[in-house]
Every structure is written in structure tokens, then in C-alpha cells.
Design a binder for this molecule. Structure first.
Ligand code: 9MR
Length: 596
């Protein structure tokens, strides 16, 4: 027994040494960028290889090129299973680099691989049929760790368990939100919800769009996260875990409405941010209902109308909710119609997030609210004055919710197709995404096959949201270009990017370790909460945190630092994660149906 143990250890040692030796043949290169999690066996697979800019001065850009190899790592050996030429070089203006893509879509066998160019190699990556199983689960589980007014148990949360904090059973209406309805000082109770981002406050407009993305996934793919799939306290309650997660926010959001007049408070917040070394239960500052805005109220009307139709399927679990939510949605719409231009003004003495809407119109929020009410009620008159299906589309973000009504219409096509011109709805959405695809395949983003040009706060959120739009287009006609666009955007988030960095915590090889998030900064645990998508490169506000000198580069796609002090590039936020959940889960389920 002892001998065989020793023998095993020896053999194991030899095996490790030999694969180590193999790996040493080629040295790891920052210039070879792959999706560090991996690729779907049957789908497009590309890696990006940075080459000298001088390539554009030589004929090499168009002609002869270096070749690459895909090496399969077996337990005791490594073998080149595929080789081909790199594609012609393209210029990526956002990082000022020349990039050649390696297409190895033909490699379809499950396994662990790396990509080799000359004597340089990439990180290892996997190829299999359910490559986003773990990423999608972690991205959704993140919402459990972010729960306000709840403990994270050791059973469900492992090493990230923590006591309950911020009960929010005593919240006071601030004078900034008291110009209609309830008086300043009124005591309200609004427990639950998610901490918005790196801070412990709850902001209505961001809560709404995040809830939307999760519920939209449910409407697109109700089977994606069945009951028991996530290991959360509600697992086993007979409701899909996806809805359990959304519910935690919805039950709080419901309480953000002034019951006397239907207006919705803009945020539930302390007056200042909590110190970064305090967990929720350690920070007990007074909580306020601050501001009452048209954007928050319309966002609420939309979210409640959508939640009403979805949770009506689970009436026995949430008795009365569906009818109540629809009523509250209508009340909210009425308030907003009477108060069509109430913008958020940060009150004096308050320094928490503004989610301000001063430069934007509410045309999109109105269209979203009315369209959700139309879908839920079947009353076509709600569409009047919304410009749907001819409303302009933008990449979804809390200031721009134009695309959301289109998404819900596509997801509810069967229910509404006799009442609205669905061809026009789908065409409008596809036209917008086709433009993003043009950018990704033929214009500025061609080097990385990236449609996103918006390197601003939460750039990774734009990448994920654009991928979500593409997947909704895919549902309209099953055109593979939409699927490929989403896959390529996931590749970007998981490592195939100019920083060679994986932006989702606990995944990849060059990992995000130091996310700007108080839960992670104050818990004394080295590893961050898993499944967090960090904000991403953003050159504009780095001056607010560490300053430009601290960053490796101030070029748009390179202005990112894995530092917990870099809140402008390395924070978490529920809206970015919710889109990641949609995209990773949709792809995983769609491409892996047969094995579920
Ligand atoms: O998402 C917001 C971004 O668009 C703004 O530029 C930025 C600065 O005002 O604020 C972001 O939102 C933050 C909010 O204000 C407070 N909680 C953290 C949010 C995400 O970074």
C-alpha cells in the first residue's frame, strides 16, 4: 500500500515534469490572446496575435504569413493537431496595434489546448460543448453574494459567507423626493435588492435594467436555470433559480414606489459611500429615499409590468403579486405622464451615485414602460405615442433603454404578433445589430471582431449588452452571424483582448483579482467573489482614481488596471453582470441543448 502510494507519487511527478518540459518548448506570450476559458466545440474559434506595426509597411500584410499550430495537451504528451496560416494583419485603433487572427474553428475535439506561433504560445484553453456552464452559473450566482438585507451562508456562499447587513426596514423619505406625495421624513421599509456595484446603495434605474436582463433570459429560455441549478437558499422551492435571483430585487424594487401617488424614488442610499474596509453589517449609516424622478418611475413601470406577466406563472408562490405589480406599474405610468420631466438633482450633502439623466430624453423609458404594459395586458392602446416599432435603437445601458421594448416584443412574439408588425420590430433590431457587425467584421473592430467602440465607463457592459442584442436577433432568424458576433464578444471578455486579460473574476489565466467592490475589499479573503464582470477599459475618468500615470497606457482599450483603487475601470455592477448572464447562459444552452 505504502509502496504503491510512493510509486503513484513518483509517476505523478514524472507526468508533471514531462508536461512541464513540453510546455517549456514554447514560451508563454502576452501577444497571443485567446479566450482563456475556451471555445464551443462546434462553433467559430479565433485567437488574436499582436504583430509589429511595421507589418503594414511590408507586403507581408497581404501575402505570406506566419503559421500557427494548435497543440493538444494530453496527460503524458502534447501533439500538434492543426496548423494553418494567420490571417492578414488589421489595425486596431483603440490599442494602436497590428493584429492577425488565427482561425481554428476546424478543431472540434474536446480537450485542453494551446496555440503556438513559432516558439511562443498562448495560455491553455478548453474546447468542449458546454464551455460556459461555470461562467454562466457564477455570473448569476454573483447576485446572491450581492444581496442586501440577507446573510450569505457558508452552505451557499462558501468562503465568502458574511452576516446580513443593511436591513432597510427603516428608510426615510428625503426632502429631495418629497415634492409630490409623501412628506419628507416619512418612514418606509424596503428590504432586499442587490448592492448596485462596488458600493452598498440601491439605484432604481440600474436595478430595473438589471432585472430586465435576467427576466429577458427567462423569457428567451425558461429552461436555462431550473430550480436547484444554482445552490442558493431558495433552490428546491419549485421556482427556477433564475427567477429566485430576480425576485430578491423585485421584492425590494416594489417598495420604491410612493404608495400615495405612484412616483418612484430615484435611489435608496446613505448620504456618503461606506468606507472600503467595511462589510454591509459594519456600516450602519442612515438610509434615505432620495429623489423622485421620471426615469426611475418609468423604469419601475416597465419592470413591474414585465415581472407581473412572468411571476403570474408562479401565483401560488407569490400570491397576489402579479395583479399588484400590474396595478403599481399603471400607477407609475400615470405619475410619469403627469411629471414628464423630473430629472434627478443630487441633493446637497449627498455624494453617492447619481445615475443622472439630465442630458437624455425619456422617450426611451416611456416606450419601454408602455410596451411592457402592452405585452402584459394585451391592450394595444399602450403603444400609442411610443414610436415603436420605429424608435431608434442604442446599446442598452441605464440611460438608453430603447432596445429593451424590442427585446421583449421578440421574446413574446407569439403573444403579440397579431397586434403589432413584428417584421418591422425585428428588422429595426437587426438593422442596429448589423451595423455593429459591420464594425466588428469590416471596420474599426475587425482586428478583434469586436463591435463595441464605446470605451467608456463600463465598456465591458457594452460588449455584453451588444452580444445580448445579437442573440435576440439570432432568435428572429437563426442567422449564424449573430451567434458568431456574440461568441466573439464573449471571447473578448474572457481574454481575447489587447490586455490579454480575463475580465470575469475566478475565470481565465490572467485573472481579475482586485475588483473595486466593498464586499471583496473588506472581507479579508484573497480571492474575489466569483463571476464578477469588471467594468473594463475606460480612458476618460482614470483621472478620478489613480491618475493616468498609474495605468500601463491611456489608449482607450488599454486603460484598465486590475486594482481595487481603479473604480473607473475595475468596479463591478449589476447591469454589466446581468447582460453577461444572458449571453453566457443563452449560448451555453442553445449550443448544448442535446446534452441537457
Ligand atoms: O454607471 C455609472 C457611469 O455611467 C458613470 O459614468 C459613473 C460616474 O458617475 O457612475 C457609474 O455608476 C456608479 C454609481 O454612480 C455608483 N455605484 C457604482 C456605479 C458603477 O460604477
Amino acid at each position: 500500500m505504502i509502496l504503491s502510494k510512493k510509486l503513484n507519487a513518483l509517476l505523478f511527478g514524472l507526468a508533471c515534469t514531462s508536461s512541464y518540459l513540453f510546455a517549456q518548448d514554447a514560451k508563454l506570450s502576452e501577444k497571443i490572446r485567446v479566450n482563456q476559458v475556451g471555445y464551443f466545440a462546434g462553433e467559430e474559434k479565433t485567437a488574436a496575435i499582436q504583430v509589429p506595426l511595421s507589418i503594414f509597411k511590408s507586403s507581408k500584410r497581404w501575402g505570406e504569413g506566419a503559421s500557427f499550430e494548435i497543440v493538444k495537451i494530453n496527460p503524458k504528451s502534447e501533439k500538434t493537431v492543426y496548423s494553418s496560416k494567420l490571417q492578414k494583419a488589421n489595425y486596431y485603433p483603440f490599442s494602436k496595434e497590428a493584429v492577425r487572427l488565427a482561425d481554428f474553428s476546424e478543431v472540434k475535439e474536446a480537450g485542453t489546448y494551446y496555440l503556438k506561433v513559432g516558439d511562443e504560445r498562448s495560455f491553455d484553453f478548453e474546447i468542449n460543448n458546454s464551455i460556459y456552464d461555470e461562467v454562466s452559473k457564477s455570473a448569476l450566482k454573483m447576485f446572491y453574494y450581492f444581496r442586501c438585507s440577507d446573510e450569505v451562508t457558508e452552505k451557499n456562499g462558501g468562503q465568502w459567507h458574511r452576516p446580513s447587513g443593511k436591513p432597510d426596514t427603516e428608510v426615510y423619505v428625503h426632502e429631495s423626493g418629497a415634492y409630490t406625495g409623501q412628506k419628507a421624513g416619512t418612514k418606509m421599509s424596503a428590504p432586499g435588492g442587490w448592492f448596485d456595484a462596488g458600493d452598498y446603495n440601491k439605484y432604481s434605474v440600474n436595478a430595473g435594467i438589471s432585472t430586465f436582463s435576467l427576466l429577458a433570459l427567462y423569457e428567451a429560455m425558461p429552461q436555462a436555470f431550473p430550480d436547484g441549478s444554482l445552490d442558493i437558499p431558495e433552490s428546491g422551492n419549485g421556482v427556477p433559480d433564475l427567477l429566485d435571483q430576480a425576485w430578491w430585487n423585485i421584492k425590494w424594487f416594489e417598495m420604491m414606489q410612493d404608495p400615495t401617488d405612484g412616483g418612484v424614488y430615484h435611489k435608496l442610499s446613505t448620504m456618503g459611500f461606506a468606507p472600503v474596509n467595511e462589510l454591509p453589517h459594519q456600516h450602519t449609516a442612515k438610509r434615505w429615499m432620495i429623489g423622485k424622478t421620471t426615469s426611475a418611475t418609468l423604469n419601475y413601470a416597465a419592470t413591474m409590468a414585465m415581472a407581473s406577466r412572468i411571476f403570474s406563472k408562479y401565483e401560488s408562490h407569490y400570491p397576489g403579486f402579479a395583479a399588484r405589480a400590474l396595478k403599481k406599474s399603471k400607477m407609475a405610468l400615470q405619475w410619469a405622464e403627469k411629471n414628464p420631466w423630473n430629472r434627478f438633482v443630487q441633493p446637497e450633502g449627498c455624494s453617492t451615485g447619481k445615475y443622472e439623466d439630465e442630458n437624455y430624453s425619456f422617450v426611451d423609458e416611456l416606450a419601454w414602460a408602455k410596451t411592457e404594459l402592452f405585452i402584459t395586458s394585451g391592450d394595444k392602446s399602450y403603444l400609442e405615442g411610443t414610436a415603436i416599432p420605429y424608435l431608434d435603437i442604442h446599446s442598452p445601458v441605464w440611460t438608453h433603454v430603447h432596445a429593451l421594448p424590442y427585446i421583449s416584443l421578440v421574446h413574446n412574439k407569439d403573444k403579440v404578433k397579431d397586434l403589432i408588425d413584428m417584421d418591422a420590430v425585428e428588422q429595426r433590431l437587426r438593422e442596429f445589430v448589423d451595423y455593429l457587425i459591420f464594425d466588428a467584421m469590416e471596420a474599426t473592430g475587425v482586428a478583434y471582431r469586436m463591435g463595441n467602440k464605446r470605451f467608456e465607463w463600463g465598456s465591458n457592459g457594452f460588449v455584453a449588452n451588444q452580444a445580448m442584442l445579437a442573440l435576440v436577433c439570432y432568435q428572429t432568424n437563426k442567422d449564424k452571424k449573430y451567434l458568431n458576433f456574440a461568441i466573439s464578444h464573449m471571447d473578448y471578455l474572457l481574454g481575447k483582448n489587447p490586455l490579454n486579460h480575463c475580465f470575469v473574476t475566478s475565470f481565465g489565466k490572467k485573472k481579475s483579482m482586485n475588483v473595486h467592490n466593498r464586499l471583496c475589499m473588506a472581507d479579508g479573503i484573497k480571492d474575489p467573489i466569483p463571476g464578477i464582470l469588471v467594468g473594463g477599459p475606460n480612458p476618460w475618468e482614470i483621472i478620478w482614481d489613480l491618475g493616468p500615470e498609474a495605468y500601463p497606457s491611456v489608449l482607450p482599450a488599454l486603460s484598465h488596471l486590475d486594482s481595487d483603487k481603479s473604480f473607473s475601470t475595475n468596479e463591478s455592477a449589476i447591469n454589466w453582470n446581468a447582460a453577461l448572464v444572458y449571453v453566457s447562459a443563452y449560448l451555453n444552452y442553445e449550443l448544448n441543448k442535446s446534452t441537457k
